[in-house]
Unconditional design. Structure first.
Length: 399
């Protein structure tokens, strides 16, 4: 084993602490969302000021993690650096800076804790992983294959790292096959195939061991993209699948036409959770405005008619205990202001343990963004009264 990677070997086993729910051998299918326990949030810590407190004038927080010695490490993006705080909010210092040298960042994408109290950091712009120890000192860095994405995981045993990537070779092959079949145009403007998501498995020396390929979705589109195809307009908001990888190397899928979470390992897919949640409908006025905006796009050659149903799930996250956090689409209301006139009325998350047993439902204020969770604690970002970005630590309490 590479000496600087030995710190991974003692990675703590995932926690499956349950704040509420049923036994591990219960049936997790056909659940009524109303039966999920309600999780109340008690604020315990808030960081972030316009000016005046050292280390808390944030220029943009991309994410955070909790180390084995209970420190909070934040990923700052303007400029890129790591900020370290003690459990009580005391500022401990920064690590790294913008640049191309050892211990420097082009962009910060994801951070994972290590047993020594330090972290691994993914920098997709530099194409590498960097290791910082518990004191914030740079230790080593490893180059990664091309085409990497913005997420990575360290497995339970601490000897394998999984890095998200786009399979551009598969995309090129699909484009060649479409061209040979005479279907590359597909209409006034053809829909180019997405490069499928894969997970590259790296070993002790950060060598490529193999690739985990995920099932293709019926439709994978980035936000705001509209294509005119032979079958009609392809519009945003209809992605069929969300996915994450847990620390056991399992791919968790969320299928959006029904509230279904599936887990795939070694080519075998099983239902993890199935919830009897009806889809949320667009209001008639909301639907009309969406159709008008899409119809104004010059790439659309005919007025669209949108499905009245919204995708059931909006986001999928995994916390440090490998619990699955699924954010649901909610009803929208009309608001005043420039741009699109509709916004969802609440931020609703459902939380599930790694075995599919329910933890509960968590409601956040509008504009509050999920960051990380571990045990009974949840960390989010919010905007303060002066427009400053803040980090809030909540204790989750069933009630």
């Amino acid at each position: 084993m590479h000496p600087t990677m030995r710190v991974l070997a003692g990675l703590v086993a995932l926690s499956v602490a349950v704040l509420g729910g049923c036994a591990g051998d219960a049936d997790h299918t056909g659940l009524d969302p109303a039966d999920l326990p309600t999780i109340q949030l008690e604020e315990e810590l808030r960081l972030g000021v316009v000016e005046g407190r050292e280390g808390e004038e944030f220029g943009g927080i991309r994410g955070l993690t909790l180390t084995s010695n209970d420190e909070v490490w934040l990923m700052e993006i303007r400029p890129p650096m790591l900020r370290r705080f003690a459990q009580d909010g005391t500022f401990l210092g920064t690590s790294g800076r913008e640049g191309e040298g050892p211990g420097e960042f082009g962009a910060l994408n994801a951070v994972e804790p290590l047993p020594d109290g330090g972290v691994l950091v993914l920098d997709s712009r530099q194409g590498r992983l960097s290791h910082f120890d518990a004191e914030g000192a740079f230790v080593d860095a490893w180059p990664l294959p091309s085409g990497i994405g913005q997420r990575f995981r360290v497995d339970e045993a601490g000897e394998t790292v999984y890095v998200e990537a786009r399979d551009n070779e598969a995309r090129s092959q699909a484009m060649r096959e479409a061209a040979e079949a005479g279907a590359a145009g597909g209409g006034a403007q053809g829909q180019l195939p997405e490069a499928p998501i894969v997970w590259i498995r790296l070993g002790n020396e950060m060598e490529v061991m193999d690739t985990i390929r995920t099932p293709p979705a019926e439709r994978e589109l980035g936000g705001g993209m509209v294509f005119s195809t032979a079958a009609g307009p392809v519009v945003p908001g209809l992605s069929e699948r969300l996915q994450v990888l847990d620390r056991q190397g399992r791919v968790i899928h969320a299928w959006n036409r029904s509230y279904t979470l599936e887990v795939e390992a070694d080519g075998q897919a099983d239902t993890l959770v199935q919830v009897a949640a009806p889809p949320v409908l667009k209001t008639p006025a909301e639907r009309r405005e969406l159709e008008e905006r899409i119809g104004e796009d010059p790439r659309v050659d005919s007025p669209p008619s949108l499905n009245p149903e919204k995708p059931i799930l909006a986001e999928l996250e995994l916390d440090l205990d490998d619990r699955v956090w699924a954010r649901l689409r909610t009803e929208a209301e009309e608001v005043d202001g420039p741009g699109f006139q509709w916004q969802e009325t609440e931020v609703l998350w459902h939380v599930w343990n790694a075995d599919g047993t329910p933890v509960g439902s968590v409601r956040l204020d509008l504009g509050v963004r999920w960051m990380e969770a571990r045990g009974e604690y949840l960390w989010v970002t919010a905007q303060g009264e002066g427009g400053e970005q803040q980090i809030i630590q909540y204790r989750m309490v069933e009630g």
